[in-house]
Design a protein around this ligand. Structure first.
Ligand code: ZN
Length: 327
């Protein structure tokens, strides 16, 4: 059947018909808000390159978590700013470090909110790389036990999900074994499986104070030109025990999200990173586009590509809009 019998405009005629025919849903529960947690009290230090986002002390982060839970946001993912940095990133796996402290406070403030703990060393090392160094190279195998220790410390402090973002080979297996041995067999791992060496992380590095002091991360993060390799990364992480896999960034890698979803049919998270947020926010502040609509369209596209969950800096402001949105 073709025109005039077929008229695709029939199902676009009214808001109710469009809602009926809509293929992709976006709800507050699909969104996870990243939070940057620092030491101190009543600290709310704005991140210049991410208007609306701030480094928060634990008390402020707890208030934020309460508000996010009320807004129906699906969860928060925590990034820590240590008191001091050193070559081994010690505070990352200190049971009394910033993340365990934040997890305990947030659990109390928002008992039902899912708490994700990002696991990496780059915020904690003085050189800013994601593992410990051997010369000027990141030492994969010596980094694994430290990531495992951090994961156990976070699970013990109440993390609902452990999310390793370091891109070391074998870390999911090492973390799974350590969690199981420590009595956390029920704690799921969300692996940052396909994490690309991306220019879009710039604002995050200001927020998390995690820019590498020399070189770059191309020796462990993925080459933006590759997507077969992303499938290999995902396959390995699933074999090692990942419960959910992640693609990061999201918008420049929608094809990778789709391939992962089609190939494996497992729960997929996508991290819409700081640069994706900053681009929309900056354009909106200049009056060049409608920021809210652009954010909604972007997040919908990431869901449409196959992501079940989206980590996004828009979670807090978009969540209240989702109930009343007419796309
Ligand atoms: Zn890192």
């Amino acid at each position: 059947m073709t025109y005039p019998q077929t008229r695709l405009r029939r199902l676009r005629a009214t808001p109710a018909l469009r809602a009926l025919a809509r293929e992709t849903s976006l709800t507050a529960a699909d969104l996870v808000q990243p939070l940057f947690v620092c030491h101190g009290e009543k600290v709310r230090r704005p991140v210049a390159s991410m208007p609306g986002q701030a480094q928060l002390s634990v008390d402020e982060a707890a208030r934020e978590a309460e508000a996010l839970a009320k807004a129906g946001v699906g969860g928060v993912i925590l990034f820590g700013l240590p008191a001091t940095k050193d070559p081994e990133g010690r505070e990352a796996y200190d049971e009394k470090g910033i993340i365990p402290k934040a997890l305990r406070a947030l659990r109390e403030a928002a008992p039902d909110l899912l708490l994700w703990a990002d696991v990496c060393l780059c915020e904690y090392t003085d050189h800013g790389h994601c593992g410990i160094l051997n010369g000027d190279q990141v030492d994969n195998d010596r980094t694994l036990p430290l990531l495992a220790r951090a994961s156990v410390a976070y699970a013990a402090a109440g993390a609902d999900l452990i999310a390793p973002s370091d891109m070391m080979d074998g870390r999911v297996g090492a973390i799974r074994r350590a969690l199981d041995e420590a009595g956390h067999a029920g704690t799921p791992i969300v692996a940052y499986s396909a994490k690309y060496a991306s220019a879009f992380y710039g604002p995050f590095r200001e927020a998390a104070e995690s820019a590498p002091k020399f070189g770059n991360r191309r020796g462990y993060q993925m080459d933006p030109a590759n997507s077969d390799e992303a499938l290999r990364e995902v396959a390995l992480d699933l074999e090692e025990g990942a419960d959910m896999v992640m693609v990061k960034p999201a918008l420049p890698y929608l094809d990778v999200i789709r391939r992962v979803k089609d190939r494996f049919g497992v729960p997929v998270a996508a991290y819409s990173v700081s640069g994706e947020f900053a681009m929309i926010r900056a354009a909106a502040e200049n009056g060049w586009l409608d920021g809210e609509r652009a954010a909604l369209e972007t997040l919908t596209s990431i869901r449409r590509a196959g992501a079940d969950v989206i980590l996004t800096y828009f979670a807090k402001e978009i969540a209240p809009v989702l109930g009343r949105v007419e796309a």
